[in-house]
Design a protein around this ligand. Sequence first.
Ligand code: NAI
Ligand code: AKG
Length: 368
Amino acid sequence: MLTFELMKEHEQVVFCQDPHSGLKAIIAIHNTTLGPALGGCRMLPYKNEEEALVDVLRLAKGMTYKCAAADVDFGGGKAVIIGDPLKDKSPELFRAFGQFVHSLNGRFYTGTDMGTTPDDFVHAYKETDYIVGLPEAYGGHGDSSIPTALGVVQGLKAVCQFLWGTEDLSQRIFAIQGLGKVGFKVAEHLLKIGAQVVVTDISEEVTALLREKAQDLPGTMEVVAGDDIYAVQADIFVPCAIGGIINDTTIEQLKVKAVCGAANNQLLEDRHGQILHEKSILYAPDYIVNAGGLIQVSDELYGPNKERVMQKTKAIYDTLFQIFKNSEKKAFSTVSAANQFVEERLQKRARFNSFYTHQQRPKWKVRR
Ligand SMILES: NC(=O)C1=CN([C@@H]2O[C@H](COP(=O)(O)OP(=O)(O)OC[C@H]3O[C@@H](n4cnc5c(N)ncnc54)[C@H](O)[C@@H]3O)[C@@H](O)[C@H]2O)C=CC1
Ligand SMILES: O=C(O)CCC(=O)C(=O)O
């Protein structure tokens, strides 16, 4: 398919190449109605360019919805670097990436996502100020996966309250896919409060590390291999790795009452949200649940304030609960309820939008 056809909902796509460092990256800006685009940068060994392009376009759109739902005055954008994070990283690669980000002159801010860490962006920050999620030593808030994990726990509580009339997570069974920066923290929290977790990760190292920690914690832990996670008999499926994992094949296997996790773009297509609804599996829309990182990194641009970030992240509970209630009242899926809430907010703001505002960070005192 042609690029313009693929990006028909997006404002801008930038292909970035630097032969010296080996950088091959794509930046996608979906919508800047609410302000300049903001979104992390993922590094993955994509099979081919089309896979990378499709991923970045979907992720950038998700950020528009996430920013609007979290009431953050930024638009939706995202970046992907094509490469293996275990082999292909170098300071020069991230500096080259920083130069491309700078060339957008404030239309796009970026930080970490799958496969990248705050330390990688210290190199990019040497070339541009349009970086978020920096380590505290560099004036940032540090690891944004901490509030993301907190937001997921808030989401899980809202699910439990809605389905079982109690926020208590300790009596539940959770099937967690992915024990990376976010999934590991969520699993550890659940083990600390005595819950049962069934986990999977393609890295044996991280499952071994969690097993070691679990020995001293009241909860119980079981490890399953790869795709077996979809068929686990649990209360809630918690996707914390890749996207597209709720699809025609996996939905048939699910034995849970709800899906609520950190992964971006969990539904392969929006219609899979409708199928979950018809099967009475409560779906917590990903871009509502996983907004904690966004809340922290956008707040960072105005001077770090951990208390403010925690308050805004805890509000994920209320937003999600309201969406569940709207979905119940109107008898449509939670995806439709969430999208409607966001699209109304975007429409209301659209009349303030202009190309000038795309590069202007909204109000408050700014870091630069
Ligand atoms: N880090 C953050 O603050 C945020 C992350 N997210 C999303 O949450 C998800 C996880 O992000 P991070 O924890 O930061 O990434 P990460 O790169 O730190 O961890 C991902 C983990 O998933 C594992 N994994 C990859 N493919 C897998 C598979 N097929 N089955 C099982 N495990 C698999 C990896 O081995 C790794 O341990 C991603 O979809 C990301 O876009 C969303 C919002 C914010
Ligand atoms: O966590 C970040 O660094 C930015 C936010 C983001 O990219 C995301 O929420 O997916």
